[in-house]
Write a protein that binds this ligand. Structure first.
Ligand SMILES: [Zn+2]
Length: 242
């Protein structure tokens, strides 16, 4: 069978490509480095996380969280912290956790290692200098993790946190649909992904703001507490302000 070998070779190349795809993109992959995608299942608690801010919409999300006495986690983009320092400061002042979501939201996938390191480090120092808190958690843009990303985060003592449940609020869907996406999949320990900013600066997060009360009330109807990520994971953010 002369065709045997090439078919076998093509098959294993495809398998290697699939493995690489899994390692880099699959939210729950642990292959390249340790990654949290959920918290403990033995408590009735879940975490709300917001990516890509701060932005003007972050203020309205903070208003909803305050009205419902709920704590959340904000994975901030360094460049946006520079644009909206007062809003970033408000996030911390109101007791929410903060994570590192890169400096400019470029995917780490095809970056040189030095650039990835720069993205992670620059975001870390902008956040620390602006709001006085040094994050201990990171989430890479688009959830894409590479070896260079794990080297950079390990050097800074950052733990990686992905998510279990997405609201899909980057799609053009209604607040009710965003809330249903979350409520359908959430169980104890779930880490929920939402957005308070838009990395491409094309859409407002009005629908996420409107979905948030539906989500919070829906979770509480099911006796699920909304806990800061630090409680769900037993990771902590270090407060640099005295
Ligand atoms: Zn993002």
């Amino acid at each position: 069978m002369r065709l045997g070998l090439p078919i076998l070779a093509t098959g294993s190349v495809a398998m290697a490509a699939a493995s690489l795809y899994y390692a880099v993109f699959a939210v729950r992959s642990q292959w390249l480095g340790p990654t949290y995608w959920r918290g403990r299942r033995d408590r009735n608690a879940v975490a709300l996380t917001f990516d890509d801010g701060p932005s003007p919409d972050t203020e309205r999300i903070l208003d909803v969280l305050a009205a419902h006495k709920a704590s959340a986690t904000f994975f901030m983009v360094g460049r946006e912290v520079e644009s909206f320092p007062g809003i970033a400061q408000r996030v911390v002042a109101e007791g929410h956790d903060v994570g590192n979501h890169s400096y400019s939201h470029a995917s780490y996938l095809f970056q040189r290692a030095a650039e990835t390191q720069n993205q992670v480090r620059r975001a870390q120092s902008v956040i620390a200098e602006t709001i006085g808190v040094r994050p201990l958690i990171a989430r890479p843009p688009y959830g894409v993790r590479t070896r260079a990303y794990f080297r950079a985060t390990r050097d800074l003592g950052l733990q990686t946190v992905q998510w279990e449940v997405a609201g899909f609020d980057w799609k053009r869907i209604t607040p009710r649909q965003i809330a249903d996406n979350v409520l359908r999949k959430t169980r104890p320990g779930s880490i929920i992904l939402l957005h308070d900013g838009d990395s491409e600066k094309k859409v407002s997060r009005k629908n996420t703001v409107e979905a948030l009360p539906l989500i919070i009330e829906g979770l509480r109807d099911r006796d699920l507490q909304i806990a800061p990520l630090s409680q769900l994971l037993a990771a902590k953010t270090e407060n640099l302000t005295k």
